[in-house]
Design a protein around this ligand. Sequence first.
Ligand SMILES: Cc1cc2nc3c(=O)[nH]c(=O)nc-3n(C[C@H](O)[C@H](O)[C@H](O)COP(=O)(O)OP(=O)(O)OC[C@H]3O[C@@H](n4cnc5c(N)ncnc54)[C@H](O)[C@@H]3O)c2cc1C
Length: 332
Amino acid sequence: MARVAIVGAGVMGAATAWQLARRGHEVDIHEQFLVGHTRGSSHGRSRIVRLAYPEPEWVQFAEEAFAGWRELEAASGERLLELHGLLELVGDPATSSRDALEARGAEYELLDAEAARERWPIGVPDGWTVLFQSEAGIVRADLAWQALLDVATKTGAKLHESSRVESLAALDADVVVVTAGSWAGRLLEPEGIELPVKITRETVAYFKLDGPPLPSIVQLDPESRGHAMYSLRDPIHGLKAGAHHAGPETNPDDDGLPDLHLLDSISAWVSETYREADPKPLGAETCVYTTTEDESFVLERHGRIVVGSACSGHGFKFAPAVGERLAALAVA
Ligand SMILES: Cc1cc2nc3c(=O)[nH]c(=O)nc-3n(C[C@H](O)[C@H](O)[C@H](O)COP(=O)(O)OP(=O)(O)OC[C@H]3O[C@@H](n4cnc5c(N)ncnc54)[C@H](O)[C@@H]3O)c2cc1C
């Protein structure tokens, strides 16, 4: 039985705490703010979940995470996943997740722009292709974050809110798991551990969209093959939308306001893409990305310290699987 201190009770710290506590380890979670705060990366009502990734290993990782969400739903009694599918809008079908899904034996459909416009009330650029994948939609992020902490504390983990860790060396524990999001780098540096990440403040906006839930949408940038714009169901207003990796570099301790230029481009994209949405934003907020060069996750152990940096704007969906891997590293 190990004594583990977890620094940061965002979705990654919460998921790790549950995996360690249910295996009987002694777990203390230190959070500098109160759970539910909006200063980091895990706040908000919804996040996209999807299997569709351009690489088979990411599809497999997402499959693991889906199983973890189902386990959490069973353990918490909460419905967390709302699966209405995903639409990947691409200029060239070869840049879609088609090949990786095929390699994993996951079902998908490819539709041309006209067929997609007939099937969903959406706008698709002429000549583009739409990949539809059904194992996708949203996770109720606020409910999931709370459910992870609830099951973790019910299985014995201790949560210390308003408890900012200044030095990892000062923590009285056998192992320290650092899931401190965009603050992780400055905690790790004194321990001689480098975390090569870029920290940006991203803007998301909410729009009025009535009617039955639509699939989440990711529109790929033909040049970078990365996501340019994305949108998903918001349980209150109907629609949440954002521009991926578009925000300015930031210091996580700074207060930040939504970027008005980004808000205009998000609103313009919503008016092109959603025939039935009101493109006038009902609200907007910021959220912080902690991004590695290739958008992979840093899940490593360095002596007594386990590093868990899983973001790059796409980490939430993987939280249950990240929690498993960090817990395994902590007791290895
Ligand atoms: C705008 C936006 C949209 C996104 N959309 C999606 C999506 O659709 N799908 C998806 O899968 N992912 C998405 N993500 C990514 C996902 O939300 C993140 O990967 C995930 O929330 C990261 O969680 P975390 O626990 O690592 O970080 P955080 O939630 O930031 O947690 C870190 C915690 O550590 C605490 N902390 C830091 N330093 C200390 C200290 N010294 N002492 C004590 N506590 C400390 C912080 O207060 C914070 O609570 C999105 C992210 C953003 C910003």
